[in-house]
Design a binder for this molecule. Sequence first.
Ligand code: NAD
Ligand code: WQD
Length: 343
Amino acid sequence: KILGIVRMSKTILVTGGAGFIGSHTCVALIAAGYAPLVLDNLGNSDVRVLDRVERIAGQRPGWIEGDVRDRALLDRVFAQHRIAGVIHFAGLKAVGDSVTDPLGYYDNNVHGTWVLTQAMEAAGVHALVFSSSATVYGETDPPIAEDAPCHPTNPYGRSKRIVEETLGDWQLARPHWSIALLRYFNPVGAHESGLIGEHPQGQPNNLMPFVAQVAVGLRERLVVHGNDYPTPDGTGVRDYVHVMDLAEGHVAALRKVQQAPGLLTLNLGTGVGHSVLQVVQAFERASGRAIPYTVGPRRPGDVPANWADPSRAAEVLGWRARRGLDAMCVDSWRWQQGNPKGY
Ligand code: NAD
Ligand code: WQD
């Protein structure tokens, strides 16, 4: 049996690894003994994040600047590195932009994933973890389990759903492949060091970065998008999940796809919903600053409430979110205060 022990490669290709979730996942990968190799076109990120990951984790991720749709580049990357698996974060994620530029979104998110999958097949790499989103469900009564019907309501959500369905077809056709489709709920927060975090370009679309920018004085006030929803305080309810919990979920999913072939679809969320006003109050506690807000109309396309049933990820991966809303706000604030202009 000794002859059967082969030293496994620890190199993991992390597409989009310079981004928000990808950079935190690099930290978790290094902590778990992996060697992340980041491929990113820097369309929505800053290469200086790699210095910060190195400071936190004590190891620098490998780095390739390029686009996931560049097949010739991918072929070179797979030829030059012994890659054990791929975590595929690279993609566009702004719902509003996807409505004005649907084909750009399908090209990046759908075509990009297909090019990557074909390059993996050619290179004999068969373990893939894909960034999907709870947005694939559309409007469904919470808690949402993975077998809930999927009715995405915008091109971004449809791009994620198309990838899920086509990767499902691919796994049926290539049963030795192992694919995890991870549906994130609302990722927020930052690494507890405050050295890496989320820095949206321009006005943030998402609640937590907006609140953080109000707290630090970059913006005057939050506009709460509606307080007449059928929720306890009338504002929208979401399942906010700490980005480091999410990062650890990716490490667990990676281990799983390296063990056995198959297709896994998993929610990554906490199972707990918080309203907009609860987030505002938690951020006020975390920062010691007042967060002024006004109430505006509902934002088109918003659902009243959603949160995950996260039990499948607990059963299959042994993964549970450990950090609560206060930790999310404290860590987000530490990052925001230390880096008000990003990297
Ligand atoms: P992000 O924009 O911070 O990270 C995405 C990274 O991918 C960026 O660094 C960007 O430069 C890179 N990228 C984009 N297109 C690329 C391409 N064609 N080739 C190479 N690099 C490319 O976003 P994030 O929040 O870290 O999200 C990561 C993934 O998770 C995305 O696929 C997103 O759709 C998905 N997701 C995000 C959320 C969220 O709320 N943040 C929720 C659910 C799912
Ligand atoms: C949360 C709540 C808003 C901003 C989005 C994407 C989804 C996923 C996660 C990628 C809602 C309210 C917000 C503001 C507000 N991303 N809000 N004022 O819409 O649940 O999900 O990010 O996959 O696909 O749609 O997150 O942070 O934008 O909003 O009142 O300035 O905060 O109405 O109730 P959302 P969000």
